[in-house]
Ligand binder design. Structure first.
Ligand code: 2RA
Length: 355
């Protein structure tokens, strides 16, 4: 029998990308796909690989007979429902933050630590946060050869990381400033937004995201760190299997719809040249190297959105830090950063079932 796949959160922003990915996949190991969402969205019709499916309301019975259940839902929904799916016999692949740091739940990026899929005592596998994920294919490949010791990153995060509400907000702010000569005086962007009826309280961001950068993503944690910055630290350590990895992250929101970018400063056990790093990136099938500054060629979100691989460029040997590389990565936060990585884990599980 071919395995049965469920997608919980089928009607959300990441769920829609997941269906696009499923529609484009060449290999199709599934005997049946079930689309699941909150009772509010149940009954909606969606087409997967030419077949019209009716979205089912989330309930324990929808997991009966399911082999693999992918969850693209808020933390609290996953926290409650992924264990129910597992109890009913499915392996839950969860894209929320609910289980990522649970020691009994592997946190998997297939090209870095696929071996960890096999040990899943809770029947749950977690998908990393999109910010961490955007650099993992590149960093994992370098770590494998040179032994990562320290990691300093600054993120440039797209508004779709905050969901559809983030995308809608950026578009509304763009419309509010369109054609206006604002941005040359402190406060004039905020005034233009207010004049257009956009109140800051209604925004998922803590300041204007148009004509601006906002040095904040996530919620406030101890000592001024954001939850997003701590995720980069904790998840990088877990995925790479380096519990004492030194990490410092600053997470910033920028006016980009989709595709997160990160400036990475990575220190290794041994010296690594730019030529060696290029070779490693070239050999990693899920990394695309775009690195010719003399020709203005480096990765940028506007060119990477919609793509599956991680794009890497601006690779430099740090001038004042031994054994250290600086580079820039861009990854589509809704694809590899969310839906694609989850689906790749599900594909690995399908291979495992097929023996
Ligand atoms: C963000 N990384 O970009 C988050 C979403 N999981 O806001």
């Amino acid at each position: 029998r071919k395995p049965v796949l469920a997608l919980v959160g089928a009607t959300g922003a990441v769920g829609g990308v997941m269906i696009d990915i499923m529609n484009a996949r060449q290999d199709w190991p599934w005997g049946e796909v079930r689309l699941v969402a909150s009772p509010r969205s149940a009954g909606k019709k969606m087409t997967v690989r030419g077949e019209e499916l009716t979205v089912l309301a989330l309930a324990p019975e929808v997991f009966d007979g399911v082999d693999i259940a992918m969850f693209d839902v808020p933390d609290e929904v996953s926290a409650r429902w992924a264990p129910i799916a597992a109890e009913r016999g499915a392996v839950a692949v969860d894209n929320s933050g609910a289980f990522r740091m649970d020691p009994d739940v592997p946190l998997v990026v297939p090209e870095v630590n696929a071996d960890q899929i096999a040990s899943r005592p809770r029947g749950i596998i977690a998908n990393p946060n999109c910010t961490t994920l955007s650099m993992m294919a590149a960093l994992g490949a370098l770590h494998h050869e040179y032994g990562l010791r320290e990691l300093v990153v600054a993120s440039y995060q797209a508004v779709s990381g905050a969901g559809q509400v983030g995308i809608d907000r950026l578009h509304a702010e763009l419309a509010a400033v369109a054609g206006k000569q604002v941005g040359a005086r402190a406060g004039d962007v905020r005034e233009a937004l207010a004049a257009a009826g956009l109140s800051q309280e209604d925004s998922p961001f803590s300041g204007p995201v148009v004509l601006n950068v906002v040095p904040w993503a996530g919620s406030l944690k101890d000592d001024g760190w954001s939850s997003e910055e701590l995720k980069v630290r904790n998840e990088s350590r877990k995925i790479l299997g380096i519990p004492d990895l030194k990490v410092s992250a600053t997470c910033v929101r920028v006016p980009v719809v989709t595709t997160h970018a990160l400036a990475v400063h990575a220190t290794f056990e041994r010296p690594v040249t730019v030529a060696e790093a290029h070779k490693i990136f070239d050999a990693q099938p899920t990394v695309v190297l775009v690195d010719d500054a003399s020709d203005g060629r480096y990765p940028m979100p506007a060119d990477v959105v919609g793509e599956d691989p991680t794009y890497v460029g601006r690779v430099r040997q740090a001038l004042d830090f031994p054994n250290t590389l600086d580079f820039f990565v861009c990854g589509d936060n809704l694809r590899k950063g969310a839906a694609l990585n989850t689906y790749e884990i599900a594909e690995k599980l399908a291979d495992e079932l097929a023996g």
